[in-house]
Design a protein around this ligand. Structure first.
Ligand code: HEC
Length: 235
């Protein structure tokens, strides 16, 4: 092989490599959970620091604050045994579309799972209505048409771009996350995971973290999501 061939090969190989992550003019973001370390054991009595890095070819990096705090989400799930991990991940898959729709919309500007913001927390909503067909019907209508008076005087805006089927899926997510004491959703690239001290008597108990970043695509079209999941053990 001549020198020329070697160079040509390298060029072709690198073009192929970048092509695999390059879909329709927008690269998929790369999300990393830097802390805690994947597979590590962490003392269960402590608050646990977490840190997430995101880089995206078009949007930039969290390191230089080109990607802002509020665009990065972290799901935290406690499981009493590693055996429960596959079933949990399967259930999460079914909620993925609803979770994506919510992040494409403005829901998390006013709602959190455990904390009241401008709107009620998902926990409070779950306690108030329970997981019934009537709840999903009611909440899906409110999500589409807006709401006022159920929790106070503040108005929740209408979301006319969200259709019935999607709104029902979101209502189910709100109730499921809201009624799960072992689940929380954090926003931001770093913070503290608060551990319920009663949790994790079982020596095989595990924490599962999944971090998400939904990129800006090309002028907010053809947006791509990057995510990563790690687990660590409580000792
Ligand atoms: C500007 C802030 C804001 C945004 C954005 C927002 N909400 Fe709300 N949400 C509220 C407030 C305030 C209430 C309480 C309304 C009331 O008292 O009737 C509420 C109530 C709710 C309820 C309970 C309704 C009921 O009947 O009790 C659900 C479910 C809900 N929001 C889901 C969502 C979803 C899903 C999105 C995104 C598509 C969203 N919200 C976006 C502020 C907001």
């Amino acid at each position: 092989m001549t020198k020329y061939h070697v160079v040509l090969c390298l060029v072709l190989a690198s073009a192929l490599c970048s092509f695999s992550f390059y879909t329709g003019g927008n690269h998929i973001p790369v999300v990393n959970i830097v802390a805690p370390v994947n597979g590590s054991s962490v003392r269960r009595s402590s608050n646990i620091d977490y840190r997430i890095n995101v880089t995206d070819k078009e949007d930039g990096s969290t390191k230089y604050e080109e990607i802002t705090q509020e665009e990065v989400f972290l799901k935290v799930k406690y499981l009493s045994s590693v055996k429960q991990v596959p079933a949990y991940l399967q259930k999460e898959k079914q909620l993925a579309k609803a979770f994506l729709t919510m992040r494409q919309s403005d829901c998390f500007n006013c709602h959190a799972v455990k904390q009241k913001l401008a709107g009620p927390s998902f926990s409070d909503i779950a306690v108030k209505y329970g997981a019934t067909a009537a709840t999903y019907e009611r909440l899906s209508k409110k999500i589409m048409k807006g709401s006022r008076g159920a929790w106070g005087d503040t108005q929740m805006p209408a979301h006319l771009n969200i259709k019935k089927e999607a709104a029902t899926a979101i209502a189910k997510l709100v109730i499921q996350y809201g009624s799960d004491a072992n689940f929380d959703l954090y926003r931001g690239t770093e913070g503290i995971i608060k551990l319920n001290k009663k949790k994790g008597k079982n020596p095989s108990s595990v924490m599962l973290l999944t971090a998400y970043y939904l990129d800006h695509g090309i002028e907010m079209k053809n947006r791509k999501e990057g995510s990563t999941t790690i687990r660590f053990f409580l000792k």
